[in-house]
Design a protein around this ligand. Structure first.
Ligand SMILES: Cc1cc2nc3c(=O)[nH]c(=O)nc-3n(C[C@H](O)[C@H](O)[C@H](O)COP(=O)(O)O)c2cc1C
Length: 354
């Protein structure tokens, strides 16, 4: 299996499956001398962990991270940082019904056809459990970024969305509700929606908006390594993500150039920011903002037709503990992936110009 590593200089490789002994990662290229706040890293993991509220999966995992290398007396040594999170709450029998059956719209069919061998318990490597390792690495990257601020939040669930620009939102309120939406009125509607969907044994999609502030001018390269291309890849690598748009995104396609152009101020900042903080693949110092669309995930607690490995259509009933809406748990994952890309591009910037 290829593609377990992201990054060119600040690199993360993850390992592990949801029902194996542990998951974890190796961060290679993290600069020496960063004083880490380990509690802060664990807090980020706690934001992603299952069982944290009534609207997410009730699987209970402590998700405690253990470091094996690369940190001495709380400071990075510049050597690879190896870390592990033990899997402690597997209920493998919850998955016996999918041993020979491919769940519609999950990764079972493609994975089996490609590799011919599949740990069906919990989706194996295709399980979003892997993203816990990304959150650990992203939390370390965040501490390297210091002044660059990354805030992600739930901006829609189903057809309920925040109808305010992000500039009117107070990001300190993101953690004040279980859906992670800084607009309290929208948050309550979103929570009720997820509860209603959960009662129906169904799932629902939504979007996450991410805003990155204090980015210096100059991160990103003009051709294949455009900053937004790398952010897009990082976001689209998160399980269940179906869309990525930055700046004006798909709305920009309906506008005229005279409306869309971001006119300059004398100091090089712009009066508007439909470019989303990136021009020609390079950051221009304005806020970078983007949206990530998550599908309603596959595991519905309802009867559905599925395909078995013998090529027969069979009826299956989803079981076990699942997320009716993954968006609130994905907020720290989006932030982590953004932090990993920015840390990598900050280092790349130091070797690509004098
Ligand atoms: C935080 C998080 C939790 C998830 N939980 C579930 C789940 O409980 N049930 C499920 O079917 N999919 C869940 N997923 C999505 C699957 O991992 C994903 O849909 C699957 O691997 C197939 O990949 P794709 O949807 O990207 O094509 C979750 C995704 C995330 C980000």
């Amino acid at each position: 299996m290829a593609g377990n590593t992201i990054g060119k200089l600040f690199k993360l490789t993850t390992f592990g499956e949801s029902h194996g002994k542990a998951i974890g990662g190796i961060i290679d290229g993290c600069p020496a001398g960063i004083k880490l706040n380990l509690e802060e890293i664990q807090n980020e993991l706690n934001r992603r962990k299952p069982g944290q509220s009534k609207i997410v999966t009730q699987r209970k995992e402590p998700d405690t991270v253990e470091y094996y290398s690369g940190i001495f007396e709380g400071v990075t040594t510049g050597t690879p940082i190896g870390f592990v999170i033990h899997n402690t709450n597997q209920k493998s029998k919850d998955y016996s019904h999918i041993k020979d059956v491919y769940r519609p719209s999950h990764a079972d069919y493609t994975y089996d056809k490609k590799y011919g061998v599949r740990d069906y318990r919990g989706g194996g490597r295709s399980s979003a459990r892997e993203t816990a390792s990304r959150v650990v690495a992203g939390a370390i990257a965040k501490q390297f970024l210091s002044k660059i601020e990354i805030n992600a939040f739930t901006s829609s669930v189903g057809d309920i969305f925040i109808d305010k620009p992000y500039q009117d939102l107070d990001f300190s309120k993101i953690e004040s509700n279980i859906i992670r939406c800084p607009d309290e009125v929208s948050a309550q509607k979103m929570i009720s929606k997820v509860e209603e969907i959960k009662k129906q044994g169904d799932t629902i999609g939504g979007t996450i908006t991410c805003v990155i502030k204090n980015v210096p001018v100059g991160l990103g390269e003009p051709v294949f390594d455009k900053l937004h291309a790398e952010l897009g890849k990082a976001m689209l690598s998160i399980n269940a993500v179906k869309g990525f748009e930055y700046g004006s995104g798909f709305c920009g396609a309906k506008m005229k150039g005279s409306e869309h152009n971001d006119l300059f101020n004398e100091d090089g900042t712009t009066k508007t920011n439909l470019s989303g903080g990136i021009q020609g693949g390079i950051s221009n110092g304005m806020d970078i903002y983007f949206r990530v669309a998550f599908k309603p995930v596959a595991t519905v607690i309802q009867k559905q037709d599925a395909l078995n490995s013998a090529g027969e259509i069979v009826e299956m009933q989803g079981k076990g503990r699942h997320d009716p809406c993954v968006v609130p748990r994905a907020v720290p994952i989006v932030e982590a992936m953004a932090a990993l890309v920015l840390a990598d591009y900050l280092l790349l910037d130091r070797v690509t110009r004098l």
